[in-house]
Design a protein around this ligand. Structure first.
Ligand code: ADP
Ligand code: MG
Length: 291
């Protein structure tokens, strides 16, 4: 049971992109199907990115199920879910599967609907915390908001800040005590910095009350396009060879994209927090044994 919340304090530095990439790159085991939960009160983007039709499964259904949890967290699984995976993870029941396999509990793009669902979820986060691995896109976690309340139910909170934006640096500085109080509640809190930051990790930590810098996310239009569902790897052998020759990269792999590589490293770091020092491979073996 791992809940990793990804949020910003202001601006739009790429929270949805990072949360999506982390969920997609999460080291999954036999019983661990990572799911992206879009809990942004200002409305979801993933459905629009991937052209998903609004259906019964999503943040609204998760919030509704959270309001009236049946013992054991059971409710009718969405039609696309296999009974076995759905019965093990109450969050997965409300997820759709994106091309490529990522499960997502998508938020409605309407901020009124999304806001109501996030408020309900913040009041009743039990189902969310029963999921196996949920990466939660909280969007902008304004202190006092439902999104900020959700952070308290996470095991780990990643705060994304854009370097070089003076107002973001100032917001981070003034919010440092609130983030510190999250740590007192047992939430691990760390920073991910986008853009070019001229300060060292320890300099950043000094002005943020000791928050560690967990990741530096590069600007990467190709990786961001992939996350938005726009990247189509070359299929024909001739194109693949040309891509390899041009870039000296494996056209099938994705980690040559700096954003994907950084998101994967951050996902592995967050996974390790709960891994009690076990490597992903060893945990997979334990999961198989437990299954
Ligand atoms: N590391 C990045 N490099 C380049 N573009 C990015 C990066 N991260 C996000 N973007 C792009 O910036 C825009 C906003 O990103 P998004 O993830 O929706 O931000 P937020 O959720 O904080 O509003 C999107 O068009 C996205 O593709
Ligand atoms: Mg977003």
């Amino acid at each position: 049971m791992t809940v990793v919340a990804v949020c910003s304090l202001s601006g739009a530095p790429g929270v949805t992109s990072l949360a999506t990439a982390m969920a997609a790159a999460w080291p999954s085991g036999v019983l661990t199907v990572p799911v992206l939960v879009e809990a942004d009160a200002s409305g979801g983007d993933v459905a629009a990115w991937y052209g998903l039709e609004p259906g019964p499964a999503g943040l609204v259904s998760l919030a509704a199920a959270s309001r009236t949890p049946v013992p054991g967290g059971s409710c009718a699984p969405a039609s696309h879910e296999t009974a076995s995976s759905g019965s093990r993870d109450p969050v997965l029941r409300h997820a759709l599967e994106l091309p490529g396999g990522l499960r997502v509990v998508a938020a409605p793009s309407d901020p009124l609907e999304a806001g109501r669902a996030v408020e309900a979820l913040a009041r009743n986060p039990r189902l969310l915390t029963l999921g196996r691995v949920s990466v939660v896109d909280v969007g902008r976690a304004v202190p006092g908001s439902a999104g900020a309340a959700l952070l308290r139910h996470a095991d780990t909170a990643v705060v994304l800040v854009e370097a070089g934006q003076i107002e973001q640096a100032e917001r981070l500085r003034v919010c440092a005590p609130v983030l510190g109080s999250l740590r007192q509640d047992g939430v691990r809190v760390g920073l991910a910095i986008t853009g070019h930051c001229q300060h060292t990790d320890s300099e950043v930590s000094q002005v943020t009350g000791g928050l560690p810098v967990w990741a530096r996310l590069p600007h990467d239009t190709t990786g961001a396009g992939l996350v938005r569902g726009e990247h189509h790897p070359p299929q024909r052998l001739r194109d693949r060879l040309a891509a390899w020759r041009a870039q000296r990269r494996d056209p099938d792999g994705l980690e040559w994209m700096p954003l994907i590589k950084a998101a994967k490293a951050l996902a592995e770091l967050c996974d390790d927090f709960d891994g009690l020092g076990l490597g992903a491979e060893k945990r997979r073996v334990l999961e198989v044994q437990a299954a």
